[in-house]
Design a binder for this molecule. Structure first.
Ligand code: CA
Length: 558
């Protein structure tokens, strides 16, 4: 009896480890990494910051996709949408789309997805109801969204940010289940199903009944995606060498040096190797002295040698930012005003920095080599980034030495992540690098919304340095209320906003973080590249709708 039990136990262990360590046909399986940092335990689209990457995008889908490379909104669960008057947006939904439990996707699902945020203010997009009025079902495939005060820019952004959920399933869930539930066994409309997961991996199985196969004529090539946690950069690099990882979205130092020898694929053949994904900005705490002084902020901006960071820290895998921090994509650059930047912009020039300080009354009174403030008080500042973020740690060491070179006493400090976040949100820091919401998007509104978020107790969504300028907030709001296709009106506001930003320089844009992407060609080929196909090679959580599905569909088995 005891022996039988042991045998049974042994058999059970064997079976369960087989399930997790299942060996799949390598030629049908894509191994991915760079977007999973802890064991998968959440597939709830209402907690988009905490979910397993791919939940939104591969399982749950959006009304539209946005391709940052072609600057196109691509109809997805919606076949079209447009303003039928100044306050009404009509959505035409795609026919013959089915949830993976067999139920048909229709207007009820779209209405439910918006309405749930009105019912439960805890849903993260509930603030949309400050300017939305009603979601009206015209017929099963037509929805009209009525607004009290349409925020056109934000609306265009939300069209590819909010995944649609099945009303017939979610209407039965409690508020707690919706706001914090794990949602195991997710039912979506997307091109993959959640097949299984283990401590270090998530397994996606292709949905052979996905609507896109017939309606778009595309089909993700890999039958399975095994998304792995990878313990570090070196491990990821080694796995690509050995062909154990097909796509990596990690920042890997050393790639430029070994790329050719090991046949590692990147988007560009040479520098910067990577597409740009977001802007790294030095936040100055405008609520503290001397960062409340525009002349001091100017002196900081002119003192920083971002090229040095680009070369020494990032091995030219990133690009130095322009003074506005606008990512090099058409959606943003069409508003970039060269003349304003020429007139009011900054660049690295320590002589100008020193002169700016001296003219504003910053002098070294006690002869210690560092300036004192005009009122004679000591200037002793710190710059923070989270401990372990090695590229950023090296970057602020360079910034601290740049500042010291012009006479500003600043030191680099590395609190652990939770303390960094706490100090950032509560405004208890002098200077900090951050990029939490400077991601590329269809509208530069999203960038300014982050820079000029209104002042609160906790700056959870941006404007960490509590820059308080009603004019800036007003311009940002005015731009949001400008129809997306009214370029002229938008540009007029943008011009003012750009001039204000450069004259005031509340924060200092530094460089563009890369869309880190390295691929192995041992199993899969036809990866995105400058030579084509031109797709955004991203498997990060919240970004699958920027091109990841097109990338998967373009892949060819070697
Ligand atoms: Ca001094």
């Amino acid at each position: 009896m005891k022996k039988g039990f042991l045998l049974l136990l042994l058999a059970m262990i064997l079976v369960s480890s087989l399930a997790i360590g299942q060996v799949y046909d390598r030629k049908e399986t894509l191994y991915a990494g760079g977007g999973l940092w802890s064991p998968p335990n959440n597939w709830n689209p209402f907690t988009p910051w905490a979910i397993m990457t791919g939940t939104n995008g591969l399982i749950y889908e959006y009304l539209f996709m946005f391709d940052p490379l072609s600057n196109e909104m691509i109809p997805w669960l919606a076949v079209g949408g447009g303003w039928i008057d100044g306050k009404t947006y009509e959505l035409k939904l795609r026919d013959n789309v089915f949830w993976t439990d067999g139920e048909k996707f229709d207007a009820e699902d779209v209405k439910f997805t918006f309405d749930i945020a009105k019912k439960y203010p805890g849903v993260h997009y509930s603030s949309m109801w400050n300017w939305m009025k009603e979601v009206e079902i015209i017929d099963p495939l037509t929805v009209r969204v009525h607004f009290t005060e349409p925020l056109y820019q934000q609306w265009s952004f939300q069209l590819y940010q909010l995944p649609m959920v099945p009303e017939h399933i979610w209407k039965n869930k409690t508020e707690a289940e919706i706001l914090t539930g794990a949602n195991e066994g997710p039912i979506g409309t997307g091109c993959y199903l959640a097949e299984g997961y283990g401590q270090d991996r998530m397994i996606y199985l292709r949905n052979e009944n996905w609507w896109g196969i017939e309606q778009l004529g595309i089909k993700p090539t890999p039958k399975r995606i095994v998304y792995l946690t990878v313990s570090g950069n070196n491990v990821a690099l080694g796995m690509i060498f050995k062909g154990e990882l097909d796509i990596s979205n990690f920042f890997l130092p050393g790639v430029p040096a070994v790329k050719a020898a090991y046949g590692i694929h990147t988007y560009f053949d040479g520098a910067p190797y990577m597409l740009s994904d977001n802007t790294a900005v030095l936040f100055l705490n405008n609520s503290r002295k001397p960062m409340d002084d525009v002349n001091f902020r100017k002196a900081v901006a002119w003192a920083i040698n971002s090229d040095d960071i680009v070369t020494r820290v990032f091995e030219n895998q990133v690009i130095r930012s322009n003074p506005l921090g606008f990512l090099p994509i058409d959606a943003w650059m069409k508003y970039y005003d060269e003349k304003v930047v020429e007139q009011y912009g900054f660049k690295y020039d320590p002589v100008v920095s020193k002169k700016t300080l001296a003219d504003a009354g910053y002098k070294d009174i006690n002869g210690d080599g560092f300036v004192e403030a005009p009122d004679g008080s000591k200037v002793e500042l710190s710059i923070i980034v989270p401990f372990g973020w090695t590229d950023w740690m090296e970057s602020i060491k360079i910034i601290a030495s740049n500042l010291k070179a012009v006479g500003i006493n600043a030191k680099a400090e590395f609190p652990d992540y939770s303390r960094y976040q706490d100090e950032l949100y509560s405004g208890r820091f002098d200077m900090a690098i951050n990029n939490f919401n400077s991601n590329l998007s269809n509208t530069v509104w999203s960038y300014y919304y982050w820079l000029f978020w209104d002042i609160r107790e906790q700056q959870t969504q941006g404007n960490y340095g509590k820059y308080n300028n009603p004019k800036a907030f007003e311009l940002m709001g005015a731009f949001d209320r400008t129809p997306v296709d009214d370029y002229e009106a938008g540009q007029k506001i943008m011009l003012e906003l750009e001039e204000l930003f450069l004259k005031e320089i509340p924060y200092v844009p530094l460089w563009f973080n890369g869309m880190w992407f390295q691929a192995s060609t041992s199993v899969w080929s036809n990866w995105p590249s400058e030579h084509g196909p031109h797709y955004y090679p991203c498997t990060w959580n919240g970004k699958w709708q920027l091109g990841g599905i097109f990338m998967l569909s373009a892949l060819k088995a070697e």
